[in-house]
Design a protein around this ligand. Structure first.
Ligand SMILES: Nc1ncnc2c1ncn2[C@@H]1O[C@H](COP(=O)(O)OP(=O)(O)O)[C@@H](O)[C@H]1O
Ligand SMILES: O=P(O)(O)OC[C@H]1O[C@](O)(COP(=O)(O)O)[C@@H](O)[C@@H]1O
Length: 313
């Protein structure tokens, strides 16, 4: 069985809730409450563990409010490689309105000092060489520049690890210089990288081809309810998930897709079957407020409805 680790440099508590409409400057009563230890790599690990794959988790955790994380690692059986740093892990407030997208309020958390970073780099480059796939997910905390991040990613690649990168903004554009093995930007992140809006599927494919030409073996573009595209040297494959009748929260859809991709790749599924599986896992994710697959049998009816087309190859 392939060994998988995820790295989350900027972990977060997700505070999620729903209401009809946010009124700015007013008192808003939120109708639901969820508080989850999260961050992109942790979400990916959670889904993979639910799917039966053992995973190690690493990155940084604020020592002042790490309790729920420690409890989650223990209860799920995730191998804890996190570096504890002074201060608090940030809180990301995510409000889903009945007739709108999610509104995010991402608060500031811990700041990484040079010693924290050096210790993390030395330790992670050492242990990650024992893993086949390392998924590096999410934004950078204060104190970690995109350049420091890219140097470290380069080191990971040189250690012989297949690096999966799911990030945005400067961390994505600098990180690409380290030639990760797989990247999964969403449409908004691809547009930011390309520097313009991408209105048609043709434009998305053209931008994704440019991204791939930077030396990335696998480029997956996720496009929300419109599905996803996967470009590699052999072909371009598109997946369309079924329409979700009851979207509860789209938070964690991208992370669930990354987990589904890693699951398919480590189980040697074909490109088509891997993308179909990842689409089913991510479509399932939007029907719940939390991230995870409590019962993998629930994926089968969704998987049956995923449409796969080979566009080139
Ligand atoms: N409303 C939806 N219905 C069905 N599947 C969805 C929906 N929103 C997202 N997905 C699935 O989740 C994947 C990732 O979603 P996306 O919003 O692109 O990622 P991110 O969370 O990174 O922004 C999509 O490619 C799709 O497979
Ligand atoms: O590190 P970032 O880019 O701020 O993202 C962190 C946030 O992303 C999430 O992992 C959700 O990501 P996706 O919706 O893209 O799957 C949240 O749990 C978390 O609050």
């Amino acid at each position: 069985m392939a060994k998988v680790a995820t790295i989350t440099l900027n972990t977060a508590y997700d505070l999620v809730g729903r209401l009809k409409r946010i009124e700015l400057g007013e008192v808003n009563t939120v109708e639901t409450l969820g508080l989850f230890p999260a961050g992109k790599g942790i979400n990916v690990a959670k889904v993979l563990k639910d799917l039966g794959l053992p995973v190690a988790v690493g990155g940084f955790l604020g020592e002042d409010n790490q309790g729920d994380f420690k409890q989650m690692f223990q209860s799920l059986g995730l191998e804890d490689r996190f570096h504890r740093v002074a201060g608090k892990t940030r809180i990301n407030v995510k409000i889903t309105e009945t007739e709108a997208e999610v509104t995010d309020l991402n608060f500031l958390g811990y700041e990484i000092n040079p010693t924290d970073w050096q210790n993390f780099v030395a330790d992670s480059l050492d242990y990650c060489r024992h893993f086949d796939i390392v998924a590096v997910c999410g934004s950078l905390p204060r104190g970690v520049t995109p350049e420091l991040f890219a140097d470290w990613l380069q080191g990971l690649g040189q250690a012989g690890v297949k690096v999966v990168l799911d990030s945005s903004n400067a961390a994505l554009s600098e990180g690409l210089k380290a030639n990760p093995w797989l990247v999964k930007p969403n449409l908004r992140e691809l547009e930011a990288w390309a520097g313009n809006t991408l209105a048609s599927l043709e434009e998305v494919i053209a931008a994704a081809k440019k991204l791939k030409a930077q030396g990335i073996a696998n480029v997956i573009i996720s496009m929300g309810a419109k599905g996803s595209l996967w470009l590699n040297d052999a072909s371009i494959v598109r997946a369309q998930p079924p329409q979700c009748e009851n979207v509860v929260s789209t938070v964690g859809a991208g992370d669930s897709m990354v987990a589904g991709l890693i699951y398919g790749l480590t189980h040697h599924l074909s490109q088509q079957d891997t993308l179909a599986f990842a689409s089913a896992v991510s479509a399932f994710a939007v029907s719940q407020s939390n991230v995870g697959v409590s019962d993998s049998q629930l994926l089968a009816p969704i998987l049956e409805q995923v449409k796969i087309t080979t566009i080139e190859g």
